[in-house]
Every structure is written in structure tokens, then in C-alpha cells.
Design a protein around this ligand. Sequence first.
Ligand SMILES: C[S@@+](CC[C@H](N)C(=O)[O-])C[C@H]1O[C@@H](n2cnc3c(N)ncnc32)[C@H](O)[C@@H]1O
Length: 216
Amino acid sequence: MNDESPSEPRDLDEWASAVMSGYDGVAEAYDDDRDPAHEATLVESLAADLPDGARVLDAGCGGGRAVLETLAGEFETVGVDLSGEQLTLARDRAPAASLARGDLTRLPVADDAVDAVTALHSVIHVPREHHERAFAEFARVLRPGGRLLLTTGVGEWEGENDDWLDSGAAMQWSFHGRERSIELLESVGFDVTEEAVRDDELGGGEWLFVRARLRA
Ligand SMILES: C[S@@+](CC[C@H](N)C(=O)[O-])C[C@H]1O[C@@H](n2cnc3c(N)ncnc32)[C@H](O)[C@@H]1O
């Protein structure tokens, strides 16, 4: 564990490559343990605010649990993820969703293209000095007034696990605490509308879920 900020920003490609191979290795184990019911009320509450025919981007969609399998029947959904194994699971789970391999810090999505962005447990795998860039990407692809639901830390932390979920795959996490995350969201154009803390279903600790709206 290391809560010091690095003196130089870490290389995004190098970091993303490690996260991608980690998720390719842990995909089945993560999918077995992921319970979409855990955050269902947050996803349903977002959906209730969306107009008919809304387009939703799930950034770091993983195997499609939580967001794509819930929303793909109701809205036009797009899932983006680094991991090919995760996207394979998502394709089976949410066949109506469009899927693309990509990085949420450089989204393969046009400006002003979606009404909502979800990023559940995904930005937490980006080096935290680049979180502002990820949030700015969410602002870029959202239409004015668009909605955001994301997971971040209650407190700041970063660290790694060499054998996550006993899968043999390594994983790394990096995130700010609540105040800094909200400051960054506001700096790129969001107004925070709701915050909720939930226990981590896969281990100890808690996560902060933030709902925000892009200023019109
Ligand atoms: C903990 S899983 C969560 C998956 C899904 N959102 C859920 O809540 O079940 C994190 C996902 O984010 C993806 N991810 C991590 N960093 C990413 C990045 N920079 N760009 C795109 N996807 C990323 C991982 O490949 C992984 O599938």
C-alpha cells in the first residue's frame, strides 16, 4: 500500500496493459463473485432519470454484470473495456449491447454522444493522477445535462494483489478519497447530485458511489 502521490505521472499504456492481463486472467472468478443486486438500486435510480431511447455508455463494463444486463433491454447501451475476456462474458450476458475494446481515459466514443455514463469499479483501476482525465472523457462524451454514476474511494488508497480472488492473476488499484474525487468531477463540469456508500461485496472495506450531472 502506498498513499504517496508519484512525482511523475505513471505511464497509462504500461498500467493499462497490466490491468488488461489481470482482468483477462480473473474474468471468470470475478464474474462468479459479482452480484449485480449489490448496486441494483443505484443503477435503477439512474435509469429512472433517463428519457426513452437514451444512450448509455458503460465505461469499464467488465462481464456486463450490474449495468449492461440490467439496461440493455431498455436503452441503447455501449460497453467499453480493456479486457477481451471480460467483453466475451459481456457479449453472452447482454447480446443487445454494442461492445468495444478501449480505454476509458481515451474513449472510442464521439463528443456529446450519450445521455448517461456508468463507471462501476473501473476508474479505481486507473492511476489516480489520471482520474481527472478519465472524468474529462466522461464529460466530453456526455450531452449537456447528461448523467454519471461512478465508483470511487471513500478514502484514498492504492495497492496491488498478486493473486486476486485466488485466480493467479495480479491486479492493481489507485484512487483518491471522496473530497478530491468530487473536486475533480466539479472541475471538469459535473455537479454532484447524490452520494452513497456501500460495502465491498468481494472483501473488506467500502466504496463511494457518486451520481453527478454534466452542467448544461
Ligand atoms: C472491477 S471490474 C468492474 C466491471 C463492471 N463495471 C462491474 O461493475 O461489474 C473493472 C473493469 O474495468 C476495466 N478497466 C479497468 N481499467 C480500465 C481502463 N483504463 N479502460 C477500460 N476499462 C478498464 C477492467 O478491464 C474490468 O473489466
